[in-house]
Every structure is written in structure tokens, then in C-alpha cells.
Design a protein around this ligand. Structure first.
Ligand code: NAP
Length: 553
């Protein structure tokens, strides 16, 4: 703490959230820049997404050696992943291992939810308030609140009358849940439902899945990692990481073999078959134009529908499980372990609520189409108020009393996903308009943290006390993000990428689709050019240079 007279503790930087982003921010800003950093974290522990999502079967959909931090050799070499796709408990252990290695716990205040932040134009500082009464002041405010951190809770009539237990996958009890002998309902068939349903079915007396939209999923082919694999990865980490940074999505997926119109469909079929047996997300990318051409996409989609019909014994159930409502890949493609097979089990059943939605909850269960289904427990796998949800819940008050939630009422607007006009000295890690949600999020986090740290270092060296994204640069970036999305099939799906899963949320595509590699280049050029698109106040010569460059761009 640098100020002992002010009744509000003062820091150089306040960070909101102690997931991967918050932890890395402490390390980068404190250890590399020598800044005084304070983190507020809502949870009783660190880890963000991996702290809250403890539902049965929770695991990563990217391979462990990709979904891990790259900036520290010691962490990279000492940590041993045990499975190809790490489970939630293992990732949470990893987060804690990283936090201990970097010795960041002293900077983090747990059990503290940030409720508001006000920018003071007199001092160019933010004052942050929390639900515990703790507050803090800082020149810079950085949100590291995560993309999928606010569970989306449906509001079914009679929910409070249900006599059994109701759980949300995104806020799972830490002590775990014993479903042995229980009749369990699961509502929702996104990644969380698809991962949890087969595992819940292992112990429950019965599982009834309520499906509104049938989902494409492909086999994870998860397995233990061998010691040889671990050694080989550790030897080649340097090259692997560099390739990931220079890739479209920050992870090494198998490339497409050509466009639909140009390739022999027998070859495509063979390749789909091969990838179905173990390529995870790359399965839907055999055709290079899968996300741009509906013909290509129909071919891939039909391949998965054929697989469903091969796997599922009851043709009526298979029919219900066949996805027809969106092109494959335009929602995050889940990777599963025994999802479709689970519907062959006698005690697992499927209820379509596509045309006959859930009418209400009753004390005994769930009523659909006039029929009451009885349960002991109901699992809501209904997703998240993604990307903007956590920011909307904090009262950010920028210049002239401007509120972020008003500014974003028609859809989030940001410059590079990192900053917004009217909110000086405030940066968002994995913010809307960055590529984060379409990438290996750890790669995006590392990029954003490093870019923000470099920028803060530049500002301090120049004596600039206040920076803000310009409305013009923000408008250009937001339009560019939307235009790129419109060139693909993504906007045709009612996905959380579009904000479509939360009633009343503006339908705006939330990510830059141009690729992590291109985004990195763009951000680097902006830094090299003296940060055009940002205003610079209170500075000296460097600031004037930045203004001049900005005027030219
Ligand atoms: P999701 O993909 O948004 O799926 C939510 C599910 O709940 C959908 O099937 C949705 O139906 C249904 N639903 C929502 N509200 C409903 C309502 N009122 N009535 C009936 N059904 C309702 O959420 P998620 O499964 O939690 O996954 C979100 C994201 O988290 C994923 O896309 C992924 O990025 C991430 N995730 C990753 C992993 C992993 O790494 N393996 C695991 C879990 C989650 P509709 O489709 O009809 O809206």
C-alpha cells in the first residue's frame, strides 16, 4: 500500500477477479513493473471458472499441454498433466500451483465482490467499492472477470415450490453431490450438460434430460498421458507455444483439407471418420470452409447425425438427438465421453422441450405438455450470461457519470476488446470484441495481460496520467468485428457467442473472428505506433508523439 494518509487504501492497479488472468496480472504488474497491485475475488478461493464449475464430468475441451500458461519455464517443466483433457480438479490444482509458484496470494482479497467503481476526473483514479465494505483507489483498473463466470438462471414458474434440490452446473456445491439412488433431471444440453449427463447417469437411479436444442458433440477420446508424451511435450514446448501464438485460435488443431467444392467427398468422409476417433474439435474442421459455406457445413453436420443414428439404439431417441437448428461449429463444439451412448441406458430418457417448453416446476418435479415428471434433484446446465455478464453486474461509472451498462445497452462496444471510451485507465482482459471466446482462452489471457502491462509501462514512462479509447477507434473496431462475423455462418446460430441465450440481451457477436495471430499483430503495431486510438493526457513529449501518430492513422 503506497498511501497511509488517505482513508481509502491506494494502489497502482486494482484487478477484479483471481482466475488465470488475475493471477498473471499480479505477477506481471508487480514483479516485472514493480507496481502495487490489489485483487478482489468473489470466491473463497482462486481459479475463477475452475473454482465454480465443479459439476460431475467437468473437464477442459482443449488438450492439457495447450490449455496451460506459457510464460514461465519452471511452471511449464515442473507441472505434470495426467490426462489428455484435464479434469476440473486437476486444473484447479494447477491454478493453485501457479499461484504458489508466483507467490501472489498476498495480493488477493477473497470473498469480496466488487460492486462498483467510479472514475475521479480530478485525480485520474478509480475508486472501487465491494460488498464487504472494503474499498480501494488506483490509477488503473483491470477487469479479469472471465467470460463464463455468471451462471444464467432460468426462471421457471413454481421453481421455489420444488421439494428436492436444484443445482446449477456453474455454481456446483463444493462438497459434491451424491446422486446415488436419486431420480435426476438435467435441463440443458450444451457442453456442461453433455459432460455431466453420462457421469450423473453412472450413479443416479434415473436421469431425464430436457432438451430444447439438440447439440452437435464429438468424442473426446480422453486418456491418460504417458510419461513419454509428457517428456516430449516439455522438450518441444518453446516451438509449440510459438506455433500456438501464431495460429488462428491459439491452439494446434488439425487444418482443413480443402474447400467443399474442391475436394473428393470420399476423401472427406475418410478424414471425418479418422478424426471422429480422436481429433476432438478438429473433427468439424475437415472442410476448410465449414464455417463459411452452408454446403460444406451441411456435409459435416450430416456426418455427425449419421453417427448419432449409428450409436443410439432407439431410432426415435436418435431422431430427437439429431441437431438441425444451427450449423456445426457455430456454437462451441463440445467434446464428450459417451454422451450419445448414455441414451442407450435403460434408466436414461430424453424429453424434447423444443416445441412444448417446460410449463412449470411442481413440488414433485417438472411439468411438460401437461405431464408431471417426478424428481429428487434438478440440474440446471443452462449456461452463462457470457462475456458481458460479470461487467454488467458492476456499476462502472466513467467520465460525466457515464455508466458502462448504459453505454453497452445496445451491445458491448470496445476498442480491441481492451478498452472503452468514457472509461479512462480501465482495461478489460478477454473483453467483448477481443478474440478470446473463440480461442484457447489462456493464450488470449496471456496476450492481453502482456499488452496491458506494456501499455501501463509506456504510460508511466511518458508521465501520462489518463488514457481512454477514442469513440472513433472504438466504432471502427466494433464495426470491423461485426463485419468479419457477418462473413461467416456464426451469426446464424442462437448461441451465447451472440448473446442469444439470455433473454433481452442484445444480439451482437461478442468476438473478433480474424484470428489470434492477426489480432496479436494488430495490437503490436498499435503499441509500436504509440497507441493510436487512445487519448493521452497529462503526458510529456512521448504523449505528444502518440497524439501525432494517432492523428495520422
Ligand atoms: P450453453 O452452451 O449455453 O448451454 C445451455 C443449455 O441450456 C442449452 O442446451 C440451452 O438450450 C439450455 N437452456 C438454457 N436456458 C434454458 C431454458 N430456459 N429452458 C430450457 N433449456 C434451456 O451452456 P454450457 O453448456 O454451460 O456451456 C457454455 C460454454 O461454457 C460452452 O460453450 C463452453 O465454451 C464452456 N464450457 C466448456 C467446457 C469445456 O471446456 N469442456 C465445459 C462446459 C462449458 P438452447 O440451446 O435451446 O438455448
Amino acid at each position: 500500500m503506497s498511501n497511509t494518509i488517505d482513508p481509502i487504501p491506494t494502489y497502482d492497479v486494482v484487478v477484479i477477479g483471481a482466475g488465470f488472468a488475475g493471477i498473471y496480472l499480479v505477477h506481471k504488474l508487480r514483479d516485472d513493473l514493480g507496481l502495487d497491485v490489489k485483487v478482489f475475488e468473489r470466491g473463497a478461493g482462486i481459479g475463477g471458472t475452475w473454482y465454480w464449475n465443479r459439476y460431475p464430468g467437468a473437464r477442459c475441451d482443449l488438450e492439457s499441454d495447450s490449455y496451460s500458461l506459457s510464460f514461465n519455464d519452471e511452471i511449464e517443466q515442473e507441472w505434470n498433466w495426467t490426462e489428455r483433457y484435464a479434469s476440473q480438479p486437476e486444473i484447479l490444482r494447477y491454478v493453485n500451483f501457479v499461484a504458489d509458484k508466483l507467490d501472489v496470494r498476498g495480493n488477493i482479497e477473497l470473498n469480496t465482490t466488487v460492486t462498483g467503481a467510479v472514475f475521479d476526473e480530478g485525480t485520474d483514479t478509480w475508486t472501487v467499492t465491494t460488498d464487504t465494505g472494503a474499498s480501494a483507489r488506483a490509477r488503473y483498473l483491470v477487469s479479469a472477470t472471465g467470460i463464463l463466470s455468471v451462471p444464467s438462471m432460468p426462471t421457471f414458474e413454481g421453481m421455489d415450490t420444488f421439494a428436492g434440490e436444484i443445482y446449477h452446473t456453474g455454481d456446483w456445491p463444493h462438497e459434491g453431490v451424491d446422486f446415488t439412488g436419486k431420480r435426476v433431471a438435467v435441463i440443458g444440453t450444451g457442453s456442461s450438460g453433455i459432460q455431466s449427463i453420462p457421469v450423473i447417469a453412472e450413479e443416479a437411479a434415473s436421469v431425464t434430460v430436457f432438451q430444447r436444442t439438440a447439440t452437435f458433440t464429438v468424442p473426446a477420446a480422453n486418456r491418460p498421458m504417458t510419461e513419454n508424451e509428457r517428456k516430449a511435450t516439455k522438450r518441444s514446448y518453446k516451438q509449440l507455444r510459438e506455433q500456438m501464438r501464431r495460429s488462428q485460435v491459439g491452439v494446434l488443431l488439425e487444418p482443413g483439407i480443402g474447400n467443399f467444392a474442391d475436394v473428393d467427398l470420399r476423401v472427406v468422409r475418410g478424414e471425418l471418420e479418422r478424426r471422429w476417433r480422436g481429433a476432438g474439435m478438429s473433427t468439424s474442421m475437415v472442410l476448410s470452409d465449414n464455417l463459411r459455406s452452408i454446403e460444406a457445413n451441411n456435409y459435416t453436420s450430416q456426418f455427425v447425425r449419421d453417427k448419432i443414428n449409428e450409436i443410439v439404439d432407439d431410432p426415435a431417441v436418435a431422431k430427437m438427438l439429431e441437431p438441425h437448428d444451427y450449423p456445426i461449429g457455430t456454437k462451441r463444439l463440445p467434446i464428450d465421453t459417451n454422451y450419445y451412448d448414455t441414451f442407450n441406458r435403460d434408466h436414461v430418457s430424453l424429453v424434447s422441450i423444443r416445441d412444448t417448453p417446460i410449463e412449470r416446476f411442481s413440488p414433485a418435479g417438472i411439468v411438460v405438455d401437461g405431464r408431471e415428471h417426478e424428481f429428487d434433484a434438478i440440474v440446471l446446465a443452462t449456461g452463462f450470461d457470457a462475456a458481458t455478464g460479470a461487467l454488467d453486474r458492476i456499476q462502472f461509472e466513467g467520465v460525466d457519470g457515464r455508466l458502462m451498462k448504459d453505454e453497452w445497452a445496445e451491445g458491448a462496444k470496445s476498442y480491441l476488446g481492451l478498452a472503452s471510451p468514457g472509461f479512462p485507465n480501465f482495461f478489460t482482459v478477454t473483453g467483448p470484441g477481443s478474440p478470446a471466446i473463440l480461442t484457447n482462452v489462456i493464450g488470449s489471457i496471456e496476450h492481453h495481460v502482456e499488452w496491458i502491462a506494456d501499455y501501463i509501462s509506456y504510460l508511466r514512462a511518458a508521465g501520462i496520467t489518463r488514457t481512454e479509447a477514442t469513440p472513433e477507434a472504438t466504432e471502427r473496431w466494433t464495426t470491423h468485428v461485426a463485419e468479419l462475423a457477418a462473413m461467416t455462418l456464426y451469426p446464424t446460430a442462437a448461441s451465447w457467442y451472440m448473446g442469444a441465450n439470455v433473454p433481452g440481451k442484445p444480439r451482437v457477436f461478442l468476438a473478433y473472428i480474424g484470428g489470434l495471430h492477426n489480432y496479436r499483430d494488430r495490437c503490436e503495431k498499435i503499441a509500436t505506433d504509440g497507441y493510436p486510438g487512445f487519448t493521452h493526457d497529462g503526458g510529456t513529449g512521448l504523449a505528444a508523439r502518440a497524439e501525432a501518430v494517432a492523428a495520422e492513422v
